[in-house]
Each structure stands twice: as C-alpha cells, then as structure tokens.
Write a protein that binds this ligand. Sequence first.
Ligand SMILES: NC(=O)c1ccc[n+]([C@@H]2O[C@H](COP(=O)([O-])OP(=O)(O)OC[C@H]3O[C@@H](n4cnc5c(N)ncnc54)[C@H](O)[C@@H]3O)[C@@H](O)[C@H]2O)c1
Length: 383
Amino acid sequence: MTRRTVRIAMNGVTGRMGHRQHLVRSILALREQGGLDLGDGEILWPEPVLVGRREPALRALAERHGLTEWSTDLDAVLADDSVDIYFDAQVTSARAEAITKAIRAGKHIYTEKPTAGDLAGALALARLATEHGVKHGVVQDKLFLPGLLKLKRLIDGGFFGEILSVRGEFGYWVFEGDWQDAQRPSWNYRAQDGGGIVVDMFPHWEYVLHELFGRVTSVTAQVATHVPRRWDEQGKPYEATADDAAYGIFQLEGGAIAQINSSWTVRVNRDELVEFQVDGTHGSAVAGLRNCRVQHRSATPKPVWNPDIPATEPFRDQWQEVPDNAEFDNGFKAQWELFLRHVVLDEPYHWDLLAGARGVQLAELGLRSAAEGRRLDVPEVGL
Ligand SMILES: NC(=O)c1ccc[n+]([C@@H]2O[C@H](COP(=O)([O-])OP(=O)(O)OC[C@H]3O[C@@H](n4cnc5c(N)ncnc54)[C@H](O)[C@@H]3O)[C@@H](O)[C@H]2O)c1
C-alpha cells in the first residue's frame, strides 16, 4: 500500500457543522478507518490544517483531536503550496471572500452551503473557479441521507408511477435563548449577519427536489418572523430580523408540485425532523432522515369522510417500512469521499459551485416571492 497525502485547510471548524460533521465525522473518521482506499494499492490520507480567527479555540481543538497544524492566518495557509484543498464552514457571510482568495491561490474548493449571499456572488465564484481550473464541490448532504437514498431507490425502481406531489415538513422548536439556551447560533436569526431559514434551507430543497423529482421552475413563498425577540450566546436580548419560518410551493419540471414548510418555530409531531410525503399514481412514500415507509395502490384504504364517528382505520399502521438493504455511512463523509476522489482521481462530480449557485438562486427568489407576494419563475442558471 502506498500512502498519498492530501492537505486540507479547514476554515470554520470551531463551529457546529465544521467541527462535528466535517472534521470529526468526515475527515477524522476517514483517518480512523486508515484513510480513503483509492484502489490499486493506494490510500489517500487527509491531513487537516485547522484555520480560524481565535487562537485559543483552534489550539484546544487541535489538541483535543491530536492534530498539530492550525493557523489564524488564512493568507499564509493559502500561500502554502503544499495545501491542496480549501474547505469553508464559516458563517455564511464570511464565505465568498475567503473562497475567492482560495481560488485565486489555486486551491481546490469544498464548501458548505449557501456558497454566497446572492446569486450574482455565487455565480461569480463558480466562474472564477472554472477560470482558474480548480475543482470545486458544495455540500449537498441531504442527498446522502438513508431516508432519501431509499426514496431515490423507489423512484428509480418505478414504484410511484407518475409522481404528483411532494409535501415536505421540516423543523423543530429553536429555543428563544432566555429561559433555555438556543440550540442554534444567534446569527441565524439576524438577516444582516446572513441568517434566515430561507437562506439556510432553500438551497437544500433545491438540490433535493432537482435530483429526485425535477428542476424547480417556479417558486411561491410566504415567510414569517414568528419569534421577533431572542437571546444570544451572551444572554443578551436581540431583535430577530430574519425569517424563522417559510411556507413554499415549488413547481417542478415534469409536472409534480412540491410544497415544503420549513420552520424553527414548530413543535415536532412527526417521526423525524424532516419528512417528505411523495404521492404518485401507483404508490406513496414518506421518507425521513433515516426511514422510509410506503403504501402501494393495491393496499390503499378507502376512507369515507364522516366526522360523526371515530376514525375507522389505523391509517399510520397501513404503511410498510422500506428495508435498508445496504449500509449507510454518514452523509457528509460519503460526499467528502466522492469529492476527494474527484480531486485526486478526476472522477466525475457534479455537486459543484454551479449547483451551489442554483440553491442560492432559489433562496433569493423565494425571499423575493415573499416580499412581492407573487409566484416567480426560476430560470436555469449557467456560467
Ligand atoms: N449542510 C447542512 O446541513 C448545514 C447545517 C447547518 C449549517 N450549515 C452551514 O454551515 C455554516 C456554518 O454554520 P454553523 O451552524 O456551523 O455556524 P457556527 O456559528 O456554529 O460556526 C461558524 C464558524 O464560522 C466562524 N466564523 C468566521 N467568521 C465569523 C464571524 N464573522 N462571525 C462569527 N463566526 C465566524 C466561527 O468561528 C465558527 O467556526 C453556515 O454557512 C450554514 O449555512 C449547513
């Protein structure tokens, strides 16, 4: 076995996503399994260089994970020719500037979504990366969730017949931060800091809908800031200026209609934090993060509306669990592996900065639809 090292500058790894999903569950998990097997007797060994603003936090993080390389000087790290990839999980508002620098320094780019604050900025990144000939990828983790992989399997197997509609329900109660700590960072609730549930979640809905059911061709959205006052990490009250709930309707290429509620102000009465119900002429499915249940047309009950009597059938029991039939790895790690193979082996990879720009576009148009109170077409974007 020969070992090939890939050096990855990881920026924003003291944050929630950067630390847990990308550093621990992806890059360190890859090292724990002995590296990424590239075939032909070659192993790829990811070497993270932690980058951030706060020296004590970075040093502590490096020590905790037995890592030796960390820096608060992004420019110096980008000037280091031995660094191959720049990864960004910073707050959204800091992302475009850092990625621009990294592309100019000739680094391959892997980044969290949304890639930029607006479509123009997102497309500029995609164009710049293409001009500089670097490889680029954007996190689209939901595609790698077991529940959605099972849903994709059902679609590919022709289970649904004609798909008519998709109804998504995403959300949970995010505490205000006064009498119980909030479980999400406060910048998410300030529009001026890149917050808002549309900017956060519509990029996910774009690629989920696009890859499973068809490109989004129009959007109608209504948004709300249901909880206008929250308390930050220091316990100080602040005005929530960003939307904390979004009610969206998406027309899809091919004719299906998707309707997705996204909310940080809803209490969960579902099996999972996100669930999609797909109804087709031949069958229906409800997919969550991990599980997926189906009901075929041959086993569909025939309820009759009668509010005078109790429900006559146990509707939720009439669905059948889709078996795993495979082992599912962490979705973030699975996508990292594909990106690393793209970088070192030139394997195909289409979840790139242009795909990321489509997500930013849908968020931008969703917010505009809400502000103007009308349905908006979603034109195809290109470089
Ligand atoms: N793929 C997903 O499912 C998913 C889920 C949540 C968040 N995200 C994305 O990941 C990114 C990070 O989100 P998070 O929830 O981890 O946020 P977080 O606040 O926990 O972490 C943000 C990181 O950015 C750093 N940072 C850099 N500049 C900053 C600044 N000016 N102010 C504050 N922090 C700054 C922080 O030190 C920290 O390391 C966001 O872009 C978000 O949209 C993706």
